[in-house]
Design a protein around this ligand. Structure first.
Ligand code: 5AD
Ligand code: SF4
Length: 481
């Protein structure tokens, strides 16, 4: 699952991490009357899209128990941080934020502070000892018990629930769309991960993989469509292993699910993330090719271009396998966008391994990548088995080279689009000017174009001809369809 980068070199901020700005963002549901609730909660989310999506489930559970969301920390009775453990830096950011909350709590002693998500799961009650002001620690599978835990904490006890589950998917909970643009939404289709990549904490923090009932997924997407949303992103750590077995024995795999969602309406775009190179099937690629509204974009993390390192990472594919998957994507959908996650300086990585990473990037011609240097995580297979032996300076230099190459690939990819016309879904005003619209094409590239006098609104599809670009954005003009 792609995580929104909070780490690596500052240079990576030049990347097209469109969601990066959301890190730590406090949000409240749109169109909710704050006066209808007894108490208020404030929530900030860190990490991946799955975490942001979980916060919407948490908001729904709290709403049902009389808590309204607020964007104002001072007004909150309950302050929640939905945390990420993927790299050490992510945890440091959360700890810093917790120390800032201390000052607010000094002025407002009744305020409760809760840590949710992966860091809660990783550190469990240790977090209560380490961070004295935390009142609640709640893991990703325990959000239904949050109202009870709040009551417990209100009596002055420390409240902890970090039980992982084999079947919790929150299927019946209708997420409250926090700070939504009303056009695009994330829909969680599965939880957990069985892959055991050796660098990764996720299997420990999010538990075993389980798929959500397809009927509830399609119903949620249909409901979003009825409310005016025009794009859903199906979320899972490894969507290609989606597999739901009905009581009558009927099986729905990921290709089947994609098709069901695509059939809701040709006006509803479907995206998904994240794909694992070992699992993405031709059936999925053909399903994508069959439906115009399944977006031509695949996030296919490579992690490393060296077969030897991939083996140590327990990725279970080789360099050649990965390149063959990329070739197959391009064969079936020549216009498909591809992006990646890349780790620099994993244990034992040599200069030659690093060159293999650079050359696989060239081969794959990624439109964009999330790039990180390796950060050892306690308890992972790599931490137990291998020494974190690439010096920091080397990791950073290699990462820098990866970032520079990606910058070139992104620019070249955008230059290829000059003169082309794309169907763009309008998401809202451009960040720079309310005289311009911002939307995305099927390949997930951001497209910015002047509003002019056209009677357009967000949620509309328009055809835009690209006449200019930056490394991160295509610039164009509306043309008749
Ligand atoms: N160090 C650096 N990057 C990591 N990722 C996961 N674990 C680590 C780690 N220990 C990266 C991977 C993954 C993305 C979500 O974060 O590239 O795909
Ligand atoms: Fe998402 Fe948790 Fe992984 Fe962070 S550690 S990227 S929050 S699953």
């Amino acid at each position: 699952m792609h995580e929104i980068p909070t780490n690596a070199l500052d240079v990576q901020h030049a990347l097209k991490a469109h969601d990066e700005s959301r890190q730590g963002e406090a949000y409240a549901p749109f169109a909710l009357d704050p006066n209808q609730y007894r108490k208020h909660f404030y929530i900030e989310s860190y990490g991946c899209q799955m975490n942001f999506s979980d916060s919407e489930i948490v908001a729904s559970i709290l709403n049902q128990h009389g808590f309204g969301a607020t964007r104002n920390l001072e007004e909150a009775d309950l302050v929640l941080l939905n945390t990420c453990s993927i790299r050490e830096k992510a945890e440091q950011t959360v700890r810093k934020r917790l120390s800032e909350f201390r000052k607010v709590k000094e002025k407002k002693p009744g305020m409760l502070v809760g840590v949710l998500g992966c860091m809660a799961e990783r550190l469990k009650s240790k977090l209560l000892e380490e961070e004295k002001l935390v009142d609640m620690v709640v893991g990703p599978d325990a959000y239904r018990t949050l109202p009870g835990l709040v009551e417990e904490a209100e009596t002055g006890q420390k409240a902890v629930n970090v039980m992982l589950s084999r079947d919790e998917t929150y299927a019946d909970i209708s997420p409250v769309r926090l700070d939504s643009n009303g056009v695009t939404a994330f829909v969680s289709i599965m939880r957990g991960c069985n892959n055991m990549c050796s660098f990764c904490v996720v299997p420990f923090t999010r538990g075993r993989e389980r798929s959500r009932d397809d009927v509830s997924i399609v119903a949620e997407c249909q409901d979003l469509y009825n409310r005016g949303f025009r794009e859903v992103t199906l979320l899972g750590q490894n969507v290609d292993s989606y597999y739901f077995v009905h009581e009558d024995g009927r099986i729905v795999n990921f290709a089947g699910l994609l098709e069901k969602v695509a059939l809701i309406s040709p006006l509803l775009r479907v995206r998904f993330s994240t794909s694992h190179p070992k699992d993405i099937t031709d059936e999925v690629l053909h399903t994508m090719a069959r439906y115009e509204n399944i977006c031509r974009y695949i996030h296919l993390p490579v992690q490393s271009g060296s077969t030897r390192v991939l083996q140590l990472m327990n990725r279970t594919y080789t360099r050649e396998w990965y390149m063959a998957r990329v070739d197959r994507i391009r064969e079936i959908m020549p216009d498909c966008g591809i992006s990646s996650d890349i780790i620099a300086g994993f244990c034992t990585e040599t200069e030659e391994d690093h060159q293999d990473t650079l050359s696989i990037m060239e081969h794959s011609r990624y439109d964009m990548s999330y790039m990180f240097f390796y950060s050892e995580r306690p308890g992972t297979l790599a931490a137990r088995r291998y020494a974190d032996d690439v010096p920091d300076a080397v990791k950073k230099r290699r990462l820098q080279e990866i970032v520079e190459l990606q910058n070139r690939l992104s620019r070249e990819s955008n230059e290829q689009d000059l003169g082309k016309t794309f169907k763009v879904l309008i998401e809202g005003n451009s960040k720079r000017s309310d005289q311009d619209w911002m939307g995305r094409n099927s390949q997930n590239k951001v497209v910015v174009f002047p509003k002019g006098n056209l009677p357009l609104q967000k949620g509309d599809y328009v055809w835009v001809k690209v006449h200019d670009c930056t490394q991160a954005t295509l610039l164009g003009e509306v043309v008749p369809s």
